[in-house]
Write a protein that binds this ligand. Structure first.
Ligand SMILES: [Zn+2]
Length: 330
């Protein structure tokens, strides 16, 4: 019982089959129910024929026994109405399994392919852990799981409710004096930076929260430097940037060469232990909308990082698309 193999082998995911182990809806009961309906239909037809041609009730009863032999131990002398079995109500699938079926079916093929083999019950248990953690997030602000990308935006007036200005400290270096993060993200950044320091690595923070207006200026700047097409690959249009959510950090020199630094190597190895996820990995520009950005990490919490790694091939975008779809599905 796997998710991925069904996707790959059948080219689609019929979770009525995929999830049969979880379901209390057996194919046996489905067959019996169908057989009963056929039996009832056949008996009614035979009864009608009998009445039309005024054949004796005895003959008619013999015919009925023959027609219904597969489904019930009817006797030849029983009248038709007495032998009709009660029509069984179909047993419904677990509603969560049905919902998972519908949500996964709505995902892109690339996302489906990214989901590894596994037990749907385990998937749902992990999902609920992630959603349980979300309940502790500030209720007066957007969730740390909020899906924002080229097609999911926030308004020009959106600003995180609990922004904290970053100041010089013993845990990490700030490369500007205008930096700010959500408080929960900054707390997590401090914790991660302290752990990095213990390993002899100092993280340096170059870019954090950006208002809509700042993002507009940033995007226009890159358009003027690289042209629109190239700018779209590495800079978000205003209203579509993770930086406007106040929980994303660009580390180091914000260039590909950052990947070669001890800081980036440490982040790649340990950031998820502290709830930080690489947003734009290599080879997923068609998924995220952005080319590889080895320096850009988003704080999403430890449980979500685990979920992303275990079930979505470690691709943040897939996980947030799934969570968004799950929340919006009836
Ligand atoms: Zn960034």
């Amino acid at each position: 019982m796997v998710l991925k193999s069904r996707f790959l082998q059948e080219g689609h995911c019929n979770f009525k089959l995929c999830f049969d182990r979880l379901s209390n809806h057996s194919m046996g009961s489905l067959s019996l129910s169908k057989g009963n309906k056929i039996g009832v239909f056949m008996k009614r037809v035979i009864l009608l024929v009998c009445l039309l041609f005024e054949i004796s009730l005895t003959c008619c009863a013999k015919s009925k026994v023959s027609a219904s032999a597969k489904t019930e131990p009817a006797t030849a002398t029983q009248p038709a109405t007495a032998t009709q079995p009660a029509v069984q109500e179909p047993v419904r699938l677990d509603p969560e399994i049905e919902k998972l079926n519908r949500v996964l079916m709505s995902m892109t093929d690339r996302c489906k392919e990214a989901i590894p083999n596994g037990d749907p019950a385990e998937f749902l248990a992990d999902l609920h852990k992630v959603l349980e953690v979300e309940k502790a997030f500030p209720s007066d602000d957007l969730s740390l799981y909020y899906l924002i990308d080229k097609t999911h935006k926030v308004g020009a007036d959106y600003e995180p409710k609990h922004l904290r200005k970053l100041v010089a400290n013993d845990d990490y270096i700030i490369n500007k004096t205008t930096l700010a993060l959500r408080e929960d993200a900054d707390d997590a950044l401090h914790e991660m930076a302290r752990a990095a320091k213990k390993d002899g690595v100092t993280l340096d923070v170059s870019s954090t929260y950006r208002s809509y207006e700042t993002q507009e200026r940033t995007f226009n700047y890159w358009v003027s430097v690289d042209g629109l097409e190239e700018a779209e690959r590495e800079s978000a249009r205003p209203g579509t940037s993770q930086h406007q959510l106040g929980a994303a950090v660009d580390f180091g020199n914000i260039e590909d060469s950052y990947a070669l630094t001890d800081g980036c190597k440490w982040l790649n190895k340990h950031s998820q232990e502290y709830g930080w996820s690489l947003s734009f990995p290599q080879g997923y520009e068609d998924v995220t909308g952005y080319r590889w950005e080895c320096w850009h990490f988003r704080y999403i919490g430890i449980e979500a990082c685990k979920f992303q790694k275990k079930w979505f091939s470690d691709i943040q975008q897939f996980m947030f698309e799934f969570i968004d779809a799950w929340k919006n599905m009836e």
